[in-house]
Write a protein that binds this ligand. Structure first.
Ligand SMILES: Cc1cc2nc3c(=O)[nH]c(=O)nc-3n(C[C@H](O)[C@H](O)[C@H](O)COP(=O)(O)OP(=O)(O)OC[C@H]3O[C@@H](n4cnc5c(N)ncnc54)[C@H](O)[C@@H]3O)c2cc1C
Length: 479
């Protein structure tokens, strides 16, 4: 008889695991705390339009991930020509950075300043690789771009996002997100690379489902149900007890204290909550490590604007120091089918916060007021054009890679690895700064470990993000 599988969480990781296992003949039970599937990658209906939870660009160079995506959305996608810029000192800078555009925006004096500071960094940092292995994000970027460019294009945004100094942020974050990028690379790629119109890379364009990114997961849900799986919405799991009984089964515990036994459990719930729920099974050292892992929360403030042409980007990074928001998404510039021919445009301003930050406890009315003031301050929108606002708070969505996190995570991994019937995957599930594609891959590999007796190390999954962007855009299923 096939094993009984429980999956905690119906985001991209949990649903993919459920989908693959269902296809292989397993009967899965997926327990989801919220009232719909998709996790952080869901699409919601707002003011008769469709919007994602912040910008959600899907991209991957991994054929295994792309194949699952195309199997699910088939031809129901559009290709979006990417446009994203940085807003700094009333100028817009292309992102990824382009030297001539940066030079123009910064002015001659500031540009000379940047070049001198870059040269100084090259002279003073002779042997970066051999320095302290606990190098910070700031060291990493300054070594590649110089101090001044770091201050302009990396510091403000990163510190808004992570809530800690870039000196305390592990260079892992940079290595995963801006790998292989340096000032030389930026200059080389913009001057030497031949731009072919037919040949699109993941930097130039991306695939976007016609009904928003959440369409992938709504369809996955339907396929799982058709294959005989169960998805229980509004069902938050309180605890996991992976101690094996005589039948090699583990139990999950619901909030009404009822229990169910399963042969295998795949968890995508926050790793901190999972370990804490395991109570006395965790050693003091593991609990100490769990308490040292920190997450950052996101506040999304959606604003409806009575205008069509506000700015052409899918999103803007806001580096200005005098604005609290860090990113503004414009949902009109993704695909027309989510805007539904409406005259109004929906923008989303992002704010980041810790659990104890004042802004996290702020009322929705005050947050809408703040976002309205800030969008007017950018000069992009007139006060009279603002119609209404809506707030969505997402807890624990950024695992903070502060210096030392790897040692803490390693203690936790050792503890969790001792339970062979439990796999932890996903963004907050495995404390990985995942995009959708990474969580999909984790779900796929967790399913293969169970169904095909594979031995994929799920902790080691690669997240070298920006590096992948140099690849070509895949437009259909690969054989
Ligand atoms: C603002 C923002 C912008 C982003 N932009 C992009 C982008 O451009 N491109 C991209 O690819 N990715 C992007 N991401 C990342 C993407 O959203 C995530 O990587 C992806 O959703 C992670 O999937 P997951 O399944 O690992 O986790 P989640 O999506 O978080 O799903 C976990 C699920 O578990 C459920 N859950 C939690 N606890 C319990 C419990 N105790 N019991 C039952 N269920 C529980 C949750 O409700 C949730 O549905 C962005 C994320 C954010 C927040």
């Amino acid at each position: 008889m096939k094993k009984k599988i429980a999956i905690i969480g119906a985001g991209p990781a949990g649903l993919t695991a459920g989908y693959i296992l269902s296809k292989k003949g397993y009967k899965v039970d997926i327990f989801e705390a919220s009232s719909s599937v998709g996790g952080m990658s869901k699409t919601i209906e707002l003011w008769d339009q469709l919007v994602d939870l912040g910008p959600h660009r899907f991209f991957s160079q991994d054929p295994r991930v792309n194949n699952i995506m195309f199997e699910i959305i088939e031809k129901d996608y559009d290709i979006v020509n990417r446009m994203t810029r940085i807003y700094y000192k009333n100028h817009f800078f292309n992102y990824p950075l382009k030297p001539l555009n940066a030079l123009k925006g910064l002015g001659l004096l500031e540009s000379i300043n940047c070049i001198i500071s870059f040269l100084i960094s090259k002279i003073s940092i002779k042997n970066f690789q051999n320095r302290n292995s606990k190098s910070s994000f700031q060291d990493w970027v300054e070594e590649r771009f110089g101090k001044r460019l770091f201050e302009i294009f990396f510091k403000t945004y990163s510190e808004k996002l992570w809530g800690i100094s870039c000196k305390d942020l592990d260079s892992d974050f940079a290595a995963q997100r801006i790998k292989k990028l340096s000032l030389f690379e930026v200059i080389k790629s913009s001057f030497l690379k031949k731009q072919s119109k037919k040949h699109k890379t993941l930097v130039d364009a991306f695939i976007y489902p016609k009904l928003g990114t959440g369409m992938i997961y709504e369809r996955m849900k339907n396929k799982i149900l058709k294959l005989g799986g169960n998805i229980y919405l509004n069902t938050r799991i309180k605890a996991v007890n992976p101690k094996l009984d005589q039948k090699n089964q583990s139990e999950i515990i619901f909030f009404d204290d009822t229990k169910q036994l399963f042969d295998k459990i795949i968890s995508t719930m926050p790793i901190t909550n999972l370990v804490k729920s395991m109570g006395k099974l965790a050693t003091e050292k593991t609990m100490e490590s769990i308490n040292n892992l920190k997450f950052r929360n996101t506040i999304l403030v959606y604003i409806e604007i009575k205008e069509k042409n506000i700015f052409p980007d899918q999103w803007l990074y806001i580096h200005a120091n005098d604005l609290k928001t860090g990113r503004i998404t414009n949902f009109r510039n993704w695909t027309p089918s989510i805007n539904k021919n409406k005259e109004e445009t929906i923008l989303c301003l992002e704010y980041w916060a810790n659990d104890d930050s004042e802004i996290w406890r702020e009322t929705n009315e005050k947050l809408i007021l703040l976002a309205s003031k800030e969008i007017v301050k950018t000069g992009l929108v007139k006060k009279e054009s603002i119609k209404r606002g809506f707030v969505k708070k997402i807890p624990k969505c950024y695992p903070v890679y502060s210096i030392g996190y790897k040692e803490e995570l390693s203690n936790i991994k050792n503890f969790l690895n001792s339970f062979e019937n439990l796999s932890v995957i996903g963004r907050y599930g495995a404390f990985k700064y995942n995009n959708q594609d990474h969580s999909i891959l984790m779900g796929l590999l967790a399913a293969e470990n169970i169904a095909d007796n594979k031995n994929h190390n799920l902790w080691d999954l690669n997240t070298d993000y920006e590096y992948q962007e140099s690849g070509d855009l895949q437009l259909e299923k690969a054989d």
